[in-house]
Structures are given as C-alpha cells and as structure tokens.
Design a protein around this ligand. Structure first.
Ligand code: MTE
Length: 330
C-alpha cells in the first residue's frame, strides 16, 4: 500500500501521545523497544492490570454458531497459515499503517464489537438497517479454506467462516439498475486513531460488479479458525474476494449499497495510478512498487510463484471474457 518515507524530525504515528495512551498493555510491551527509545518506557506500570478488551471475540453473541460446517469444495495447495502469524500481520489502516511499531491486533481489540448494524441501501427493493446478529443468524454459515494475496506480494491461507455474498445479494433483492455493490467501513476516530490522519479519505470503501458479487467465491466473513473473527481481521463482517488483491476485501462493514455507477475505492482515490478497480491477481502484471511474479507465504516464509487469479481462474476467468479495454490486473 502507500509507503511514506519518514523524515528525520517525524516520530512514528504510534509514538504520538494519543496513540501511546491508547495502546493496550500487550501492545505497549510489544512496542516497548521503540517507545523506550523516546523515553516513554516509564509509563508501563499503570498498564500492569489491563481491563478486558471490549473487542474480545470470546464474548461474541454468535459464538454458538462455530465451528461451522466446512465446504470441502475449496481446497488448498499449501498449509493453512498459523493463527498467531496471520493474526499479527494485518493491514487495517483505520488502526495505523506501520506494522513494525505495534500490533494492529492490539489496537483493534479496543473497538467494541456491538452494537453493530449494517445498512443496506441504494437500488434494492427494501432498503433497511439490520442488526449484525440478526443478519448472521439469517445466513447459512460455512467454512472455506482460501488463499489470500496482498498486492504487497505476501500471502497466507486461512479458514474463513462466513456466508456467500451471492446469498446476501439474493436476500437483499437488488433492482435491475444495480450494476455494482459498494462496501463501506465504519468511521470511529475515537477508537480508530488512524482515522485521525486526514491524508486518507475515510471511510474505507471498495466495490465489485454485480456479476462478481454473484459469483460463487466472494464470502462475507464473520469468523476465522473456527470461531468469531478477532477485530484485526475485520470483525464483525468483512469481505473475502480470493482472486483479487487483498485491498478489495473491505473489513468491518457497516453499509452495503447497490448502485448504478462504478464507485471509486479508497486506494483508487488516493493513488489511482497504482490501485485500480479490478485488481485481479496476475503474476505477469507488476505493480509499480512490487513485482507480482512471486509471493512470500507468511506462514512458511517460502517464496512461491504467483498464480493467475490467485489460482481461482476456473471459477472467475469467464467474468472477464472480451473485456480487452479494461485494466483487469491493476
Ligand atoms: N479494510 C479496511 N477497512 N481497512 C484496511 O486498511 N486493508 C486491506 C483489506 N481490507 C484494509 C481493509 C488490505 S490492503 C488487505 S491486504 C487486507 O484487508 C488484509 O487483510 P488481513 O489483515 O485480514 O490479512
């Protein structure tokens, strides 16, 4: 994603006063080396007895639904990434942009998971706002093993739990003029300190065509590793679109809109020359900053060749037949 070189007089955003107050005890200890360097280490003592995190998935009201039945149609060609690795290597810019200074998991855990509603609007028969628990309980949960590929050329393989986006679309009943499905993340700068950085046009949004959204693959994810997803993965509802670069998989969704015009996603708005609408994985089309020929599996540490459509060509290549004028791979 965007790399901004820090100038010598700038402190990392994690070291700014509000964020240091905001880090959990675990986060503070994890970031301890960096913080001690600027003299904040003495502040550790008051955090010795940290309060339970409001985002703790152990208290999730839908935890009785897990583990869900695994759908064996989706298999992997590599080992599942251990949870302690995938859960500590997250992109979630609402909670910060620098994984090297603190764990996104620790800061994201401070966000309460409830109350949470999802607004369904735009070109649908019955626009409404639903409680997340009612939505999750209305949908058929299943587990799927998917590869997950970031444009930064790292990858993981994870057992998501969720429900097919196509089932949600059928339930929402879009009107015939709906050509795109737009996903929008929360705005809560009180807990998501990254949202105080005005260089990003919050909220995080991205979208799919209605044909992509009704393909069998996209999942609206509610859980991972056989339990409700921890916040850093985008609880309580995130998208998983396994044949596209990860930035299309919007986290912590509060609004799903059916629209006629193609929306401009957050990354496309910020840097349109680097991040396009389609963003389909292709080893032959390099990003301006990252070759896409190979990827680093963060679980095994190995480099492996990148697969066209991240290995899901059989399911999705047909969506793009004849679209020669479109930049399908950026
Ligand atoms: N969604 C929101 N709301 N905010 C983000 O910063 N990052 C995206 C995507 N969804 C992001 C987001 C990017 S760049 C990637 S690679 C994936 O989430 C990372 O998902 P993971 O942390 O579960 O691996």
């Amino acid at each position: 994603m965007l790399i901004r070189r820090r100038r010598s007089w700038e402190i990392p955003e994690s070291a700014a006063t509000p964020e240091s107050a905001y880090l959990s005890r675990r986060g503070l200890l994890g970031a301890g080396v960096g913080l001690l360097g600027i003299g904040l280490g003495a502040g550790l003592a008051p955090f010795a007895e940290a309060a339970p995190e409001p985002g703790d998935p152990a208290n999730d009201p839908t935890r009785d639904l897990y583990p869900a039945r695994r759908n064996d149609a989706y298999t992997l060609d590599r080992p599942v990434t251990p949870e302690d690795i995938s859960g500590n290597y997250n992109n979630f810019y609402e909670f910060g942009s620098d994984r090297s200074y603190y764990q996104i998991a620790d800061v994201a855990a401070r966000m309460p998971r409830r109350p949470w509603t999802v607004k369904i609007d735009g070109l649908v028969e019955n626009p409404r706002e639903v409680g997340i628990d009612d939505l999750i309980r209305a949908m058929p949960l299943e587990e799927r093993l998917y590869r997950h590929r970031c444009v930064e050329a790292w990858s993981m393989a994870v057992p998501w739990t969720g429900f097919p986006l196509k089932d949600f679309v059928a339930w929402a009943k879009p009107m015939s003029g709906a050509k795109f499905v737009r996903f929008e993340t929360f705005v809560k700068p009180d807990v998501a300190l990254g949202q105080r950085r005005f260089i990003y046009p919050w909220p995080y949004i991205d979208s799919l065509t209605i044909e992509e959204a009704t393909n069998e693959l996209p999942l609206l994810v509610t859980g991972i590793y056989g339990k409700p997803a921890p916040n850093q993965f985008g609880a309580p509802l995130r998208l998983a679109v396994p044949w596209k670069y990860g930035f299309k998989s919007v986290k912590s969704i509060v609004r799903i809109s059916f629209v006629a015009e193609r929306p401009v996603g957050l990354w496309e708005q910020v840097q349109g020359r680097e991040y396009g609408f389609w963003a389909n994985v292709n080893p032959g089309v390099p990003h301006p900053r990252w070759s896409q020929a190979t990827e680093r599996d963060i679980g095994t540490g190995e480099r492996r060749p990148t697969l066209i459509y991240n290995g899901y060509g059989e399911q999705v290549a047909g969506l793009y037949k004849g679209m020669t004028a479109e930049k399908l791979f950026m």
